[in-house]
Structure formats: structure tokens, C-alpha cells
Design a protein around this ligand. Structure first.
Ligand code: GDP
Length: 314
């Protein structure tokens, strides 16, 4: 019989890519979205008729229980969150409620339902925050934003419920991953969208914040495969997923402007205080040796290929 999966955050970048992937594996897919008068299905309109959308909210435990009951899943992927780091200083409480407490509510709803459901929690490299060198599963956490702190709660409660109740819970500690479906407020998509607009004569300049940041950027569809692999193992465990290559924002700008034939982008890029953060993560690089050895996972898409796809799409 085909397996069924419930994905929270279905309309986000990862939710939509994971649904695409699980459909190729023959899953019956349920996607949880918040009920609203205006639907936000930019990333998922192509999935209408192929998956089942269910109404639920990570801040409402009963709604989570009902979603589980309706979908009767073998696997739950908790990808829903307030996921924009910059915004988490403006709405720290709401970020904690959705991104942190939401995980606890989902775990409690699974317990209440009673069936052994495999649970994937979307942990993040933002939990490492202030780090040097390559982070792996044993690296100390030092989150630098209300978002990172909330995610760390989600990470530990997932581990705690695994140890307390013998649940099949895993956390994937994913480093930054991007795609054509990335929200426009994230720096990568902001740049590729800006570059496309500059090329088309629709915009003069891209205004950015801290240009000193370095990130280990991978391609989101590759990372969704790692999520799935984690739930197919004999035993639940946590894994870092990363490319192992880190790039500066300047290098991202180089790669993006290269595709419209611009070598010196300095006249097209400005800095604006509004995009600076009270505390930032300057450097992230991940060591995914464990995922490569145990899961047999490898990133498939190179940095240049990813940037090219994003610029081309925009
Ligand atoms: P994050 O790693 O999840 O915070 O992903 P983002 O894409 O939001 O930010 C990556 C890095 O880019 C952070 O260090 C930001 O401070 C930096 N950055 C610089 N300018 C901008 C900007 O205009 N927007 C965003 N989102 N980030 C920026």
C-alpha cells in the first residue's frame, strides 16, 4: 500500500519541493495550510488535484490533531514556521509560538493519535549561529536570533520526545538552501530577482544589508531528498545537511550578475541600514559527512547551477 505523508508549511519553498518529491515516490500527500480568505499557493498551484490540502495551524493543537486524523499519515514533515530570521526580531513572541511551541503541539497531537508516525523536524544551521569552521552534529549551539532560539527549542523537544516516549523523531539540521521558489525577502532570491529586473530595465539598484555574511548555500530540491532519507532509516537520528562550500554575498552577486554579462556590479548594489540585523550570523559552513555516509546522500546541484536557475527563472 502507498505510504501517506502530512507536510506542514506546504506552501513554502521546502513544502512544495518535498511534495513534488514524495509524489514521485508514490506517496499520498497531505499539505497543511492555514485557512485564509486569500490563498497563498504560488509555490503549490501545480499541486492542486495531486495532493490534498488540509486546514491547520501550528498555534492550535486541536487543528493539528484533526489534520492527523484526516490524513492518517505514516510520516509527518514539520516544515511550517515563521522562517524569516530578520522578521523574528519584530515578532519574537509569535516566532517562538509557531516555530518553537508548534513543534511541541505537533508531537503531543501525534501522541494523542496513538499510531507510530515517523516525525521529521526542520532544524536549521541558524541554531549554530556564532560558529567557526565546519559544524557537524556535535557542534555547540549558539543561536543569534529569536528565530534560531525558537528552532533550538523545536530541536530539543523533538529529541526529548524521542528519548521520553521512544518516538521515531529525527531532526535535519539543514544549512541554507534556496531555489526558484524562495521567498523574495531572502537575500538570494532578492538578488536574483533584482538582477533579472535590472536586466529588463525595471529596476536600477539592489539595496542590501550586511554584505560580509557567508553562507553554505545548497539547492532545496536536493535537500528534500535528505529529509525523506532520514525517515527511511532503521533508527531515528539527527543529521547535518550541507554542501561544505561557503560563499560570501559578494560571490553570490558575482555569480548572479555574471548571467546578465555584468562583471562589476558595484554601481547596481547599495547598502541600507533597514536590512541590517541587531545580531547577525556572519559565517556558516556545514560538514555533512554523517548524512553522506549513513544516508548515502550527496548534494547534486552546484552553487553556479543553482544561481543560474534562479536568475533564469526570475
Ligand atoms: P538566513 O541565513 O536564514 O538569515 O537567510 P537570509 O537570506 O535572510 O540572510 C542571509 C544573510 O544575508 C544574513 O547574514 C543577512 O544579514 C544577509 N543579508 C544582507 N543583505 C540582506 C538583505 O537585504 N536581505 C536579507 N534577507 N539578508 C541580507
Amino acid at each position: 500500500m502507498n505510504k501517506s505523508a502530512l507536510i506542514t508549511g506546504i506552501n513554502g519553498m521546502d513544502g512544495s519541493h518535498l511534495a513534488d518529491f514524495l509524489l514521485t515516490k508514490g506517496y499520498k500527500v497531505y499539505g497543511m495550510e492555514r485557512r485564509s480568505s486569500s490563498k497563498n499557493r504560488t509555490n503549490t498551484s501545480h499541486l492542486e488535484g495531486k495532493i490534498t490540502f488540509v486546514n491547520g495551524d501550528l498555534t492550535d493543537q486541536n487543528s493539528l490533531f484533526r489534520c492527523i486524523k484526516e490524513s492518517d499519515p505514516d510520516e509527518i514533515y514539520n516544515l511550517g514556521s515563521q522562517s524569516f530570521v530578520g522578521e523574528s526580531w519584530n515578532t519574537p513572541e509569535q516566532t517562538g509560538d509557531v516555530t518553537g511551541m508548534g513543534v511541541l503541539r505537533m508531537l503531543e497531537a501525534i501522541r494523542e493519535y496513538g499510531k507510530p508516525i515517523k516525525f521529521y523536524q526542520a532544524s536549521t544551521s541558524e541554531m549554530f549561529g556564532k560558529m567557526e569552521k565546519f559544524a557537524n552534529e556535535n557542534t555547540k549551539f549558539h543561536p543569534r536570533s529569536p528565530y534560531g532560539v525558537a528552532k533550538l527549542y523545536g530541536h530539543w523537544i523533538t529529541t526529548n520526545y524521542r528519548e521520553s516516549y521512544d518516538m521515531f523523531n529525527v531532526s535535519g539540521i539543514l544549512f541554507n538552501h534556496e531555489s526558484e521558489r524562495r521567498g523574495i525577502e531572502f537575500v538570494t532570491r532578492k538578488i536574483t530577482d533584482g538582477v533579472a529586473r535590472i536586466h529588463l530595465g525595471l529596476q536600477d539598484k539592489i539595496m542590501l544589508g550586511n554584505l560580509d555574511a557567508h553562507r553554505d548555500w545548497g539547492y532545496a530540491p536536493d535537500y528534500c531528498e535528505a529529509m525523506w532519507l532520514m525517515l527511511q532509516q532503521e533508527n531515528p537520528d539527527d543529521y547535518v545537511v550541507a554542501t561544505g562550500n561557503t560563499h560570501s554575498i559578494g560571490e553570490f552577486l558575482d555569480a548572479a550578475f555574471h548571467h546578465i554579462g555584468v562583471k562589476d556590479w558595484t554601481k547596481y548594489v547599495g547598502q541600507d541600514e533597514r536590512f541590517m540585523r541587531p545580531a547577525d550570523v556572519y559565517y556558516l559552513a556545514g560538514d555533512s559527512t554523517k548524512a553522506q555516509e549513513v544516508l548515502g546522500w550527496k548534494p547534486k546541484t552546484s552553487f553556479d547551477e543553482m544561481v543560474y536557475k534562479m536568475v533564469q527563472n526570475d
